[in-house]
Design a protein around this ligand. Structure first.
Ligand code: SAH
Length: 360
C-alpha cells in the first residue's frame, strides 16, 4: 500500500467515506503525495504526452492566436497573459518566441502562470529562463493582478476533481470512496438522496459534475466581462452535457484502477464544454465554439507552418513534423490522434469580434 493510500484509509476510518471529489483532490494535489506535486509526468518516459510536448507548432500557433486576440481587443496596455496549469512551460515558451514579431504585444503583457506544483514550477522557470517577458507565479487565478486578461488553459480543466451521482430506485445518490471489510478502498453510495437533481434517467445512470471548473469559469468570465480579454480552453471532452462516467486513471501511458495507487496515477475526466459555456454565459461573456482541435489548428494555418518547418529540416525531422501534424489534427485513431477528441472554446468580453480558429 502506498503512503497516500494509508493516509486516505485512516481518514475514512476516522471520518467515514469521502466524496469522489475529495478523493480526486487528494490524489492530484496532496501537498506531499499528490500526483502533480511530486513529479513531472510528461513525455515519452512519463505518463502521458500533451500537445505542446508533441510539437512546437502547437504553442507557436497559440502564441499567434493570443497576439491576434489582444489586437482585436484594441491592444490594451498593462494586460496579463495568463496560463492555467502550464506543465513544463513549453507552450508558453513557444508562444512567447513567436510573439517577438509583435513587440507592442510583448511590451503590453506580464505573464502570469497559475501552478500549484513546486516540481512543475521549477520546470517552468527553467524552460522560460530566456523569455523576454516578466513571468510571475500564482497558486490561484483570483490572486492575479487586475487588468485585461488573455488566458490559455490546455489540458487544465480535465485535471479538476468531479462529483458523481448515481441513479438508484430511491433517487440520485452521490458516489463515495470508503473501505471494504478487508480495509481496501472501494466505491460506494451515499445514504442521502440528492434532491436537487431533476434529470430523468434509468437506474444505474451516472451524472458527472465538476463544481470547481464551473465556479472557476464563472470567475474568469466575470473578470473578462468587467476588465476585458479572452480565455481559450483546450481539452478533451464533449460538446453536449450527457450522462456517464468519464473518470480515468493513467500511469505509464496505460489505464489503471483509480483506487489502486492514489497519487501515483493521473486522474482525469472529460470536460463538459456545455456546462462551462453555461457558467460563462450566465456572467454575460461571449462564447466562441467549441470547435474541434483539428479544425481550430487548420484554421490557424498549421499545415503551412508544418511545410515551412519541413523545408528547413532533414528528411527524418520532416517525417516527425508531419507525424506531429497528423497527431495534433487527425481523427483516424482517437487514442493517438487528438484532432476530433480535443475541443477548443473561447470565452470573451461581449464586444470581442469573431476570433481566428472559430470562423465558419
Ligand atoms: N498545460 C500543460 C500541462 C497539463 S497537465 C500541457 O499542456 O502540457 C495539468 C497542469 O495543471 C499541471 O501543470 C498541473 O500541475 C496543473 N494543475 C493541476 N491542478 C491544478 C490546480 N488545482 N491549480 C493549479 N494548477 C493545477
Amino acid at each position: 500500500m502506498n503512503e497516500l493510500k494509508h493516509e486516505i484509509a485512516a481518514m475514512i476510518a476516522h471520518d467515514g467515506p469521502m466524496t469522489l471529489e475529495q478523493y480526486m483532490a487528494l490524489c492530484l494535489s496532496h501537498p506531499r503525495f499528490g500526483y502533480y506535486m511530486s513529479r513531472d509526468p510528461f513525455g515519452a518516459a512519463g505518463d502521458f504526452i500533451t500537445a505542446p510536448e508533441i510539437s512546437q507548432m502547437f504553442g507557436e500557433l497559440i502564441g499567434v492566436w493570443a497576439t491576434e486576440a489582444w489586437r482585436l481587443s484594441n491592444s490594451p496596455l498593462s494586460s496579463q497573459l495568463i496560463e492555467l496549469g502550464p506543465g513544463r512551460g513549453t507552450l508558453m515558451a513557444d508562444a512567447l518566441r513567436v510573439a517577438r514579431i509583435s513587440p507592442e504585444f510583448l511590451d503590453a503583457i506580464t505573464v502570469a502562470l497559475v501552478e500549484t506544483s513546486p516540481v512543475l514550477r521549477d520546470a517552468q522557470r527553467e524552460t522560460l529562463s530566456s523569455a523576454t517577458a516578466q513571468v510571475d507565479w500564482y497558486d490561484h487565478f483570483f490572486q492575479i493582478p487586475q487588468g485585461p486578461a488573455f488566458i490559455i488553459a490546455n489540458e487544465f480543466f480535465d485535471a479538476l476533481p468531479v462529483r458523481h451521482y448515481v441513479k438508484t430506485v430511491a433517487g440520485w445518490r452521490e458516489r463515495l470512496v470508503g473501505l471494504d471489510s478487508s480495509g481496501a478502498l472501494t466505491f460506494g453510495l451515499s445514504e442521502k438522496i440528492e434532491a436537487g437533481l431533476s434529470l430523468t434517467a434509468r437506474e444505474g445512470s451516472i451524472i458527472e459534475i465538476c463544481p470547481t471548473a464551473q465556479s472557476l469559469i464563472a470567475d474568469i468570465a466575470q473578470r473578462l466581462v468587467v476588465q476585458g480579454g479572452v480565455c481559450l480552453v483546450i481539452d478533451y471532452g464533449y460538446t453536449q452535457t450527457s450522462l456517464g462516467d468519464s473518470l480515468q486513471a493513467v500511469a505509464h501511458h496505460s489505464y489503471a484502477d483509480p483506487l489502486d495507487a492514489p497519487g501515483d496515477a493521473d486522474l482525469t475526466t472529460h470536460v463538459d464544454f456545455a456546462a462551462l459555456a453555461r457558467a460563462a454565459h450566465s456572467r454575460g461573456a461571449k462564447i466562441l465554439g467549441p470547435v474541434t482541435q483539428g479544425y481550430f489548428l487548420q484554421q490557424l494555418g498549421i499545415e503551412r507552418r508544418a511545410e515551412a518547418l519541413a523545408r528547413k529540416a532533414t528528411p527524418e525531422q520532416s517525417d516527425e513534423i508531419f507525424a506531429a501534424l497528423d497527431r495534433l489534427t487527425g481523427s483516424s485513431d482517437s487514442r493517438y490522434c487528438m484532432g476530433d477528441l480535443f475541443k477548443v472554446m473561447a470565452i470573451a468580453h461581449p464586444d470581442t469580434p469573431d476570433l481566428p480558429g472559430f470562423f465558419e
